[in-house]
Design a protein around this ligand. Structure first.
Ligand code: GLY
Length: 417
């Protein structure tokens, strides 16, 4: 008997890379979207009921209670955004309580109104586009439009022509250091969208607003990508000349390692920029980052917090990165043209969602506040798991977003009689 035939099928599965596994798996309409949405409805409603003050936004949870933060925190839009996704699903499925989901989403979104004027960080894209942006998409509420456009203006005020980028972290007028992070790619969506909806830079034009986004995306292509498609997390620039001072990590294991969530921000951010602009260099960047990510994934499609980590246990995984990746892969599935590539990214998304919607990553019970468990805020070795083995609100948000896209792709629209 030769060596290969003596291996059991299970052993083959263990040896296989995720890419080989994809080829071997039958991929069908096998994700229980309705079941997940029912659990999400229960958990999202429970949090709303538990809060008198609808401006304490969930951030992370180790058990049955979310820890909360205020409106300026980067995560504040994810809970209102999740409520909008529930409304979207409930409305489409004709749940009798669909309007109650809209009312909850409106209430929690209103708690973020002040953030349109916040120019102290780059994350207002996450905060406001996930809340007001989804609200505007789903309801067309005219009151939301000027709020989104004003937010875009605040965000664009962090852009400097000297560096060609938005300043992600730090004081807007710091003359010593100018910090850009890969996560910033996610905040460009608001700018491009606003530029097409009457938004402008302060005292400027819509075209300038769009230019801020494309300039940032172009400079980030030079700054963050390694030749193999892996990405840096943080780049420090000279604020006057734009010269690179240092490339490093903040949440990954090491400066030259791949922080898995940063890699998924790159896949998602560049896929969006291609969709918004049609510029193929952005699609190529997204595919390059996606292929590096897929090559490094373990067999269950849920990455460790850092791909160079030697901490292999579940408690060092980041399910939130997997949820971001699933949503990005479904976007890539829509955007690429070649049938083989379409299949590749739909299969990658399906395999990821299959893992995320089952044990051990999915929590049905009320002992956990969240849907997803085993997430990592940072790569961390602390044996008490202060920053790992947790739940993160954005993991649930991107899971719901991915499931809505998955439903749209795999469920043919009902025929009109
Ligand atoms: N954008 C912050 C994070 O991904 O942790």
């Amino acid at each position: 008997m030769n060596k290969i035939t003596s291996l059991t099928f299970t052993a083959l599965l263990l040896l296989a890379s995720p890419v080989t596994l994809l080829a071997a798996q039958p991929v069908g309409n096998s994700i229980d979207v309705e079941g997940v949405m029912r659990v999400a409805a229960r958990k999202l409603a429970a949090f709303d009921l538990s809060q008198q003050n609808k401006t304490n936004f969930p951030t992370d949870a180790k058990g049955a209670q979310w820890r909360t933060v205020g409106a300026p925190d980067w995560v504040s839009g994810f809970y209102p955004g999740s409520l909008w996704y529930l409304y979207e699903y409930a409305r489409d499925q004709k749940w009798p309580d669909a309007q109650a989901w809209r009312a909850r989403a409106e209430t929690w979104t209103a708690g973020l109104e002040s953030q349109q004027f916040n120019s102290s960080h780059h994350d207002t894209g996450f905060v406001m586009f996930d809340s007001y942006g989804n609200g505007y998409r789903l309801t067309g509420n005219p009151a939301y439009l000027p709020i989104l456009n004003r937010t875009a203006q605040s965000l664009a005020s962090r852009y400097r022509a000297d560096t060609g980028t938005i300043r992600s972290w730090g004081k807007i007028d710091d003359t010593n250091k100018f910090i850009v992070i890969i996560d910033n790619m996610m905040n460009l969506e608001l700018l491009v969208w606003a530029s097409a909806h009457g938004g402008t830079t302060s005292g400027g034009t819509s075209a300038e607003l769009r230019k801020v986004a494309t300039s940032h995306a172009d400079r980030a292509l030079e700054l963050f990508f390694r030749p193999d498609g892996g990405t840096y997390h943080v780049v420090e620039l000279n604020p006057r000349t734009g010269a690179v001072l240092r490339k490093r990590t903040a949440q990954g294991k090491a400066d030259e390692s791949i922080w898995s969530r940063g890699q998924t921000w790159a896949i998602y951010g560049y896929a969006y920029m291609y969709e918004a602009t049609g510029e193929r260099r952005y699609l190529e960047a997204s595919l390059k980052a996606a292929d590096r990510y897929l090559a490094l994934l373990p067999a269950d499609f849920v990455p460790p917090a850092d791909f160079d980590s030697d901490l292999k246990g579940l408690e060092f995984k980041d399910s939130s990165a997997a949820a971001i990746a699933a949503s990005a892969f479904l976007r890539l599935h829509r955007l690429v043209e070649a049938p083989a590539l379409k299949k590749k990214y739909l299969d990658a998304a399906t395999a990821t969602l299959r893992s995320l919607t089952s044990a051990p990553y999915f929590s049905k019970g009320d002992d956990k506040a969240s849907l997803l468990v085993y997430a990592a805020r940072n790569y961390h070795t602390d044996p008490n798991h202060a920053l790992t083995n947790t739940s993160l609100i954005w993991g649930d948000y991107y899971l719901l977003e991915a499931l809505l896209q998955y439903r749209a792709i795999t469920t043919p629209p009902a025929k009109n009689k």
